[in-house]
Design a protein around this ligand. Structure first.
Ligand code: BTN
Length: 263
């Protein structure tokens, strides 16, 4: 029986909690980036382990070339290897992952995180989780997807740098509040994601995506090609795009380049 309260990352405990036993986890104390490590393994043809997790990342990577601060022992930093049969639904993967993280956190803790389109997760108006999916060809040219997820579990006053400390948050601000082990949370996120991924094409997860959205029904500002626009966020379309309305005109925002702010 897994030791549920152990806070040390442990591949065996993670594996015990995983539903799909073919996903073998590998854990590092320190790594540059779990996404980069999985990329190296894919390119070397070494894909025995499909889940890489680390206690600390020295070069955690975010979207749009940003970094993702990943201090020791305070979060979960994980990458999952996906080998899709075709590219039909790959654009849904980050939205599906956002729902998986919310479901896992809501099942294992009392925290109720929300999704800020497109794939950031917020709690108490601070970003507590980032998701970065990257496509990487293997040695035969087949596209593999690396799904990287970072969740901040605890933030002390000095956990984050000046640069992000006003935006970054965590599930908890005191150690005493923590009731969940990181091993269990890593497995729960992977389990929830794989459940969705098995039937991702049916798009059923979008119902929860909308339920967990902190954007729908709100006035938002978005920057498109350097110009800011104001609109009402009204819905999510079947591809995870954000439908906005302004002056009777409907538009769907779907590119990764759009910066969105709540007004
Ligand atoms: C973002 O918010 O822009 C995305 C952040 C993604 C961070 C995770 S942590 C695990 C994995 N390894 C990385 O280097 N990045 C992702």
């Amino acid at each position: 029986m897994p030791k549920r309260n152990s806070n040390r990352l442990d591949a065996e405990i993670i594996s015990d909690f995983l539903k799909d036993k073919s996903i073998r986890p590998f854990v590092y104390d320190v790594i540059d980036s779990t996404n980069l490590e999985l990329k190296r393994r894919i390119q070397n043809g070494d894909i025995k382990y499909r889940l890489i997790a680390a206690d600390k990342q020295t070069l955690g990577r975010g979207r749009l070339g940003r970094s993702f601060e990943s201090p020791e022992g305070t979060g979960i930093y994980m990458s999952l290897l996906l080998i899709p049969d075709n590219m039909d639904n790959v654009l849904l993967i980050t939205s599906a992952a956002a729902v998986a993280v919310c479901r896992a956190v809501r099942k294992l803790t009392a925290v109720k995180p929300l999704i800020k389109w497109v794939n950031d997760i917020y709690f108490n108006n601070r970003k507590i989780c980032g998701i970065l999916a990257e496509a990487v060809p293997d040695r035969n040219g087949k596209i593999n997807i690396i799904l990287g997820i970072g969740v901040n579990i605890i933030a002390y006053e000095d956990t984050f740098s000046e640069e992000v400390k006003d935006v970054a948050g965590a599930l908890y601000t005191s150690k005493d509040e923590i009731r969940v082990s990181r091993n269990e949370l890593i497995s729960a996120v992977a389990n929830e994601f794989m459940d969705i991924y098995a039937n991702i094409g049916d798009r059923e997860f979008l119902t929860d995506y909308k339920r967990f959205s902190m954007v729908i029904g709100k006035t938002v500002r978005y920057r498109d090609n350097g110009i800011w626009h104001e609109a009402q966020a009204v819905d999510i379309d079947g591809n995870g795009g954000l439908i906005v309305e302004s002056g009777g005109e409907i538009r769907t925002l779907s590119t990764g380049e759009i910066t969105l702010r709540l007004v």
